[in-house]
Design a protein around this ligand. Structure first.
Ligand SMILES: [Zn+2]
Length: 119
């Protein structure tokens, strides 16, 4: 069964990558809920948070905390919402965490523009 996030991790599908380390990648959401909508994705396939390794979850939280002030500063945002979905609200069945700057504002800029501000 193909998984879009596994394809992005192994390089067979493109993505705008803003962060990478041994365990996770951070990419721009292609259909953003707000400007600067970023996904943090474990490189290993875990269907959802119930499957997710505790140490990988701790690492993702650590990186979310580290990236939050950087993203807010670069995009000139006042707030950050960090979340993940579980169950029917989780569209891609490969765990991912959402970073949502100023979540109440509709997207105004192109993903490309935001990406260029972040890298
Ligand atoms: Zn996957």
């Amino acid at each position: 069964m193909s998984c879009i996030f596994c394809e992005i991790v192994n390089g067979s599908s493109p993505a705008r990558k803003i962060y990478e380390d041994d365990l996770i990648i951070g990419i721009m959401d292609t259909d953003p809920f707000c400007d600067g909508h970023i996904l943090l994705i474990p490189k290993e396939h875990y269907e959802d948070v119930m499957e997710l390794d505790e140490q990988v979850l701790a690492h993702i939280n650590k990186i979310a905390k580290k990236l939050t002030p950087i993203i807010m500063q670069k995009l000139n945002k006042e707030s950050m919402t960090v979340s993940y979905n579980f169950g029917v609200k989780q569209k891609v069945k490969h765990f991912h965490m959402h970073l949502l700057p100023n979540i109440d504002d509709d997207p105004k800029e192109t993903v490309e523009n935001i990406y260029n501000k972040l890298i």
